[in-house]
Design a binder for this molecule. Sequence first.
Ligand SMILES: NC(=O)c1ccc[n+]([C@@H]2O[C@H](COP(=O)([O-])OP(=O)(O)OC[C@H]3O[C@@H](n4cnc5c(N)ncnc54)[C@H](O)[C@@H]3O)[C@@H](O)[C@H]2O)c1
Length: 186
Amino acid sequence: MKDKLGYGIIGCGVIAPWHARAVKNIPGAELVAVADILPEMAEKIKDEFGAQHAYTDYHELLARDDVDIVSICVPSGLHAAVGIDAARAGKHVLSEKPIDITLENIDNLVAACRENNVKLACIFQRRTSPMWQIVKRTIDEGKLGKMVLASAYLKYFRSQEYYDSAGWRGTWALDGGGALMNRASI
Ligand SMILES: NC(=O)c1ccc[n+]([C@@H]2O[C@H](COP(=O)([O-])OP(=O)(O)OC[C@H]3O[C@@H](n4cnc5c(N)ncnc54)[C@H](O)[C@@H]3O)[C@@H](O)[C@H]2O)c1
């Protein structure tokens, strides 16, 4: 077992610094490399968080023997494609939410991780909050009886400014929808 697990981040936009910060706070992990098709985005995260390497082609990151785990922080509709490449390169995969935008892509990613004996996890941070854990525990313990119907009402809103902030946001092709797909899955 190595002293430190080598970490890579693919996609260096809005969410990437959260992953880089978390890696920095884990004594047993080290941010080795980052990748983004836009070199300035990759260089920014590299410099801010002291990664050793920045790439514009994530395959170069995946080719490194000292990268053990990757965070997938690219637009949602690319999660499975990038994750499958990572799994085939023998890297454990931590995907941002949603895992992908179609069930077929998600099933393919799950299968690739199984076949290559790597772990797959997804960031669903709200599920760790005490309030939702109480709700889940209450249901699991049968305290509400047999649940046969549930409805959810989510007051999620994002402004046009948010959707304009990156070309993939709100598109069927890469976001898979709007607030329901992008936010309600958390
Ligand atoms: N857990 C949360 O609360 C949370 C919050 C924000 C975003 N997210 C998720 O994180 C993902 C990214 O969202 P964001 O807001 O950071 O988007 P963003 O547009 O700010 O960043 C995405 C980055 O990926 C890069 N990229 C695109 N294609 C690439 C490729 N083929 N190879 C390498 N880099 C590529 C882009 O250049 C961009 O810099 C989305 O799936 C989103 O749902 C999660």
